[in-house]
Design a protein around this ligand. Structure first.
Ligand code: UDP
Length: 451
């Protein structure tokens, strides 16, 4: 049966990201690359996310499964722990049911590429004799730190400077928040440290980064696992342009104010606009929101600020924005616009890769999770901007924000940051273009699937 199947049908890969926009984007984008190389893919996501999805402009069909929270997703769980436990319990069963269903329809599965957060997907895959590939959506630097915690080689919280293979020395506050301040979300923290529990059984380990960006730590990881470095998973039209019309991620759970953003940006001079976004799930507190709002108005720059509808009530009552505030945008298209001069970012890893791939300098305003480490890398290693300092309450004050924006928009530091960002942009393009390091790793995977 195997022989017949291989000769007549393209290989079929299930893609299974953690159910949130920041995880769906990179894995879907990887799926598009696989499609372009003759591999069929199916995206598995939760019923909740599938129902919320406004559009799927990709050619990747979606198969919904239950995570036990069909009506409200993980936001409706009592705690991160209860979500993680229920997702494992209900998700394992529903993923197995889906595999049975696809098999019974003659829709044979050759591999499951699963999010590194969802270790149990590999157990399910193996029950069916399917190869699993673990996909890390975070940087290798961050994976390295979590790996050392997992192995008991790094204490939580660290009590001194952290020194790990392939990484510069890190202050405890520059490690991910789950390491230096593990309190608030024990379920997520445990999930992140646990990503490596069955990794030795994965047939492939994918990571959304590129060789030149994290060379040393990639070399260190390659010695342990069958690593495939496949990033940056930014839509192709901003990089190698080989996937025609691929100019956005294609699966969105929030509606972008696309026309309004583009119209507004088109009227602005080159490099004059500050773009701000704090990601798809992160929330600023009311006081922080107020500081950002007044900091922007006081700094007298044109700004485009993404404030999700659910966050808008935190804007100060008397605030009349001197820029444009939108509920959601197509971020890559915004970053690619020539009017953009600087990105004030929470430093989520997709945003990090996007800003590097589009050559936009940053002001880093990390909030939690891996963002603190990404911000450190952006400022000190990749040299594409500055981190804005928070006060003793952990809040970024308006004056500091305005000063950092000025530094990037008006001073020599901004010129250097943009020059470096453009250098990373060239390297990102080379990585995914024909013959590049990521292209080579993707081709090797496809070759295994087709062999
Ligand atoms: N994003 C977007 N529109 C917005 C804000 C964000 O399309 O208005 C996308 C952004 O391009 C990125 C993702 O949402 O791909 C956010 O991922 P990231 O890892 O940066 O942050 P997270 O949401 O996981 O905190």
């Amino acid at each position: 049966m195997g022989e017949k199947h291989k000769s007549t049908k393209p290989p079929h890969v299930l893609l299974f990201p953690f159910p949130s926009q920041g995880h769906i984007n990179p894995i879907t984008q990887f799926g598009k690359r696989l499609n372009s190389k003759g591999v069929k893919t199916t995206l598995v996501t939760t019923i909740y996310i599938s129902n919320k999805t406004l559009s799927n402009n990709t050619s990747i069909p979606i198969e919904p499964i239950s995570d036990g929270f069909d009506d409200g997703g993980h936001q409706s769980a009592d705690s991160s722990e209860s979500y993680v436990n229920k997702f494992r319990e209900v998700g394992s069963k529903s993923l197995a049911d889906l595999i049975r269903k696809l098999n019974s329809e003659g829709n044979h599965i050759d591999a499951i590429v699963y999010d590194s957060f969802i270790t149990w997907a590999l157990d399910v895959a193996m029950e069916f004799g399917i190869n699993g590939g673990c996909f890390f959506t975070q940087s290798c630097a961050v994976n390295n730190i979590y790996y050392h915690v997992h192995k008991g080689l790094l204490s939580i919280p660290p009590n001194a400077t952290v020194s790990l293979p392939g990484l510069p020395n890190l202050q405890p506050s520059e490690t991910p928040s789950f390491v230096h301040n593990p309190g608030p979300y024990p379920g997520w923290a445990h999930g992140l440290f646990n990503q490596f529990s069955n990794i030795h059984q994965a047939r492939w380990v994918f990571t959304n980064t590129f060789y030149k960006l994290e060379e040393e730590v990639i070399e260190w990881m390659r010695k342990m696992w069958p690593l495939k470095v496949v990033g940056p998973t930014v839509p192709s039209m901003y990089l190698d342009k080989r996937l025609e019309e691929d100019n956005n991620y294609g699966i969105s759970v929030l509606k972008p104010n696309h026309t309004e953003c583009m119209k507004w940006l088109n009227d602005k001079p080159k490099g004059s606009v500050v773009y701000l976004s704090f990601g798809s799930g992160g929330k600023l507190g009311c006081e922080q929101m107020e500081e950002v709002a007044w900091g922007l108005n006081e700094s007298n720059v044109d700004f485009l600020w993404v404030v999700r509808e659910t966050e808008k009530e935190k804007l100060p009552k008397e605030f009349v924005a001197k820029g444009l505030v939108v509920g959601w945008c197509n971020q890559v298209e915004v970053l690619a616009h020539e009017s953009i001069g600087c990105f004030v970012t929470h430093c989520g890893f997709n945003s990090t890769l996007e800003t590097l791939s589009l050559g936009v300098p940053i002001v880093g305003m990390p909030q939690y999770s891996d963002q603190t480490t990404n911000a450190k890398c952006l400022e000190d290693i990749w040299d594409v901007g500055v981190r804005v300092k928070a006060d003793e309450k952990g809040l970024v004050r308006r004056k500091n924000l305005a000063l950092c924006i000025k530094e990037i928009m008006e001073r020599e530091q901004g010129v250097v940051a943009r020059r470096n960002a453009n250098k990373w942009r060239d390297l990102a393009i080379q990585a995914v273009d024909e013959g590049g390091s990521s292209e080579k790793d993707i081709n090797e995977f496809v070759f295994h699937l087709k062999a």
